[in-house]
Design a protein around this ligand. Structure first.
Ligand code: ARG
Length: 429
């Protein structure tokens, strides 16, 4: 039987089609559905819609459901539409008509929104934590290899001296910037939609500040229509956060794949982290970084999927919004998996400490020579031309010494400052 039963049975085909994967995906929301319901009924009691003893009975039953969820004993039964229906059904089975009182002043539209906001808030914090583990590892590698030089490229052509310290450190700082976007998405999720009901509020004097405080939201999402429009907007923000982090990870993976090629041989992995070929006996491939690159590239399409799904929707609840869960839930899992795998594998990445002995990298040092001449008083353009002519005539011989001292350069990585910056972003309330 449906929550909205009015004496007729829905068509089976329409029912299967509209419910889709909801029963499976809603399992992720179950604990938040119970939390949201607890906050809602505490509030209902203060405005006289439940007696203290009804509230106590409902809270005890919800506690039981919560422990069933944690213990893996909770399920959304066949024929029950979604998690919201299941929880209300359990309350009614256990407590009779008291269970039927919980939905006063609420709609599944704000109920699912509360669940999702609590879910996204948590999952974005998890992603932040996982990204910080990667950040820490990248910074540790940056410090460890701060004196190991590698070529820097522009246009894929040998350009200027870089270092492993600079390379690892660059990805750490970029991830820190991505964390600002993760934080922004979390801030958007951290607003309370409860009380917006079906999308236009309620004639009960709902205490929205009370449920905001009980659920530890930063503030109510005030305007009830804006709160409902938060479905879709929140997912878009989540998608931007995933886009930011995954684009950084994908790019790093691309670098590793390139640098593991024999033509570069800048980095390598122990055998057990590589995979072989079924025909070429010598192969040791960086599949783990390739699959991560693919997953992270695909994660960048979540923004497109969310925006296409929502872009022509009018205001108010539409069932289309249900399908957002199909997009964001697996994407969040994928992101977690990529970050955890990256944090795991990074310490095993070996760097080649003697790359620059190869004469193909000699021209990396031309700018150093120009600068040395400038320091002796030659105008830059003349010094540039003199070194350029040496190269042109095949007479250029490098002095392989570099003295970079300014902030953020190979000689002054500013890893401490970057860590400070990351801390400021992640400790903001
Ligand atoms: N499963 C639905 C969703 O995710 C729950 C809300 C249903 N509301 C409704 N008016 N049919 O959107």
């Amino acid at each position: 039987m449906k929550l909205w039963d009015k004496g007729f049975e829905p068509d089976e085909i329409v029912e299967r089609f509209t419910v889709g994967r909801d029963r499976e995906l809603d399992m992720e929301l179950a604990r938040y559905d119970v939390q949201g319901t607890m906050a809602h009924i505490r509030m209902l009691e203060t405005i006289g819609l439940l007696t203290p003893s009804e509230l106590a009975a409902l809270l005890a039953a919800l506690e039981e459901i919560a422990s069933d969820i944690e213990a893996g004993r909770f399920e959304i039964e066949p024929g029950i539409e979604d998690v919201h229906s299941e929880v209300e059904k359990l309350l009614t089975e256990r407590l009779g008509s008291v269970g039927k009182k919980v939905h006063a002043g609420r709609s599944r539209n704000d109920q699912v929104l509360v669940d999702l906001k609590l879910f996204y808030r948590q999952r974005l914090s998890d992603i932040e934590e996982a990204a910080v583990r990667v950040f820490d590892e990248l910074q540790r590698l940056s410090q460890q290899h701060k004196d190991v030089l590698m070529p820097g490229y522009t246009h894929m052509q040998v350009a200027m001296p870089s270092s492993f310290g600079l390379w690892f450190g660059a990805y750490a700082e970029t991830l820190a910037d991505d964390l600002r976007i993760v934080r922004a998405a979390r801030d958007i999720a951290n607003q309370n939609p409860l009380g917006s009901a079906a999308g236009y509020g309620s004639s009960f004097p709902l205490d929205r500040q009370m449920t905001t405080d009980l659920l530890a939201f930063a503030s109510p999402h005030y305007n009830v229509v804006a709160a409902q429009m938060g479905r879709g907007k929140t997912e878009r923000a989540v998608a931007y956060a995933l886009n930011a982090v995954s684009s950084t990870v994908a790019r790093f993976c691309m670098d590793v794949c390139l640098f593991m090629s024999q033509n570069f041989a800048f980095v390598s992995l122990p055998d057990e982290f590589t995979t072989g070929s079924s025909i070429m006996p010598h192969k040791k491939n960086p599949d783990v970084f390739e699959v991560m690159r693919a997953k992270c590239n695909r994660l960048q399409s979540v923004v497109n999927e969310v925006s296409l799904l929502t872009s022509n929707l009018p205001l108010g609840y539409q069932r289309d919004l249900q399908l957002l869960k199909d997009i964001t839930f697996p994407a969040l899992n994928e992101m977690d998996d990529c970050l955890a795998t990256l944090a795991f594998i990074l310490p095993h990445l070996r760097v080649n400490t003697a790359i620059l002995n190869d004469p193909r990298y000699d021209y990396l040092f031309t700018v150093e020579d120009v600068n040395r001449r400038v320091l002796r008083g030659e105008p830059f353009r003349e010094a540039y031309r003199a070194v350029g002519m040496q190269v042109q005539r095949g007479e250029y011989r490098p002095q392989k010494e570099v003295h970079h001292t300014h902030m953020g350069s190979i000689g002054n990585l500013c890893n401490e400052e970057i860590k400070e910056k990351k801390n400021k972003i992640t400790t903001k309330q």
